[in-house]
Design a protein. Structure first.
Length: 230
């Protein structure tokens, strides 16, 4: 019997994160830490999925919470095979860049950029301890420079920055055998999406990047397992 791979999915109490945790546990046999900033919601989501899922208090905008979460994974398993930076906030369709409330933009950056960044920094020893770690940054077509227009300023610019971070990390961690990719799940019918395709379809492309073979791509931007323009 092989030892299960260990995964952490952030913002996994609902939406794409929850479904990603479910697919990694049930379809890929991983042991999944289901990150949720609200302990009760995390426990409920983990219980609804069942075996192989461990709830983990994790607010990615709170450094102390990140430290405690990584410490818990370290003590339990000493390695992390798969980090899915899924937590995301504030699809700010009501804002324009020229008149934006920067307090909101800073809050969006705290979760959409600095959270994933700090998690990678803190998890790095655990990622290096894994045989072939994968990092997935759940991004958005809204962050693509090629088609960057006005509107959704905090969200779009924070996801563009997350894409840039993906390239930096992929390049720096290539030598460690860690594959780092950005994934747009498409338009998905979650609380954030408010419409769009079924959640399992959106999560599938995230899971694809979280389970890449050792010779899989790194430093890419994908939707449904296919490259999309930065
Ligand atoms: P969602 O239904 O709104 O879920 C967002 C999740 O992130 C929730 O579990 C939320 O927890 C969590 N979260 C927010 N701030 C957090 C923090 N500081 N620490 C930890 N968790 C936090 O959104 P979704 O549609 O599933 O989105 C998942 C990812 O896909 C996001 O990165 C989003 O930008 C991206 N995306 C979504 C779409 C779409 O159409 N849905 C399109 C492109 C990209 P609470 O329940 O505590 O709020």
């Amino acid at each position: 019997m092989t030892t299960p791979l260990i995964a952490l999915v952030t913002g996994a109490n609902r939406g794409i994160g929850r479904e990603t945790a479910r697919q990694l546990a049930q379809d890929h046999g991983m042991t999944v830490f289901l990150g949720a900033r609200d302990t009760a919601k995390g426990a409920e989501a983990a219980e609804s999925i069942g075996a192989g899922v461990i709830p983990l208090q994790l607010d990615v905008a709170d450094d102390a919470s990140i430290t405690a979460a990584i410490d818990q994974i370290s003590k339990a398993f000493g390695r992390l095979d798969c980090l899915v930076n899924n937590a995301g906030v504030d699809y700010d369709t009501d804002q324009r860049a020229a008149t934006v409330d920067l307090t909101r933009v800073r809050a969006a950056f705290a979760t959409n950029l600095f959270g994933p960044w700090q998690l990678v920094v803190q998890a790095l020893p655990l990622l290096r301890a894994a045989a072939q770690a994968r990092v997935v940054n759940v991004s958005s077509g809204s962050g693509a420079m090629e088609d960057m227009r006005g509107g959704t300023p905090g969200y779009g610019v924070s996801k563009a920055a997350l894409n840039a971070l993906t390239l930096k990390l992929a390049d720096e961690l290539r030598g460690d055998g860690i594959l780092v990719n950005a994934v747009c799940p498409g338009w998905v019918a979650t609380d954030m999406g408010g419409g769009g395709r079924p959640i399992p379809d959106g999560a599938r492309g995230v899971v694809w990047a979280a389970t890449l073979p050792p010779d899989g791509p790194t430093g890419g931007f994908f939707r449904d397992g296919r490259p999309i323009p930065w």
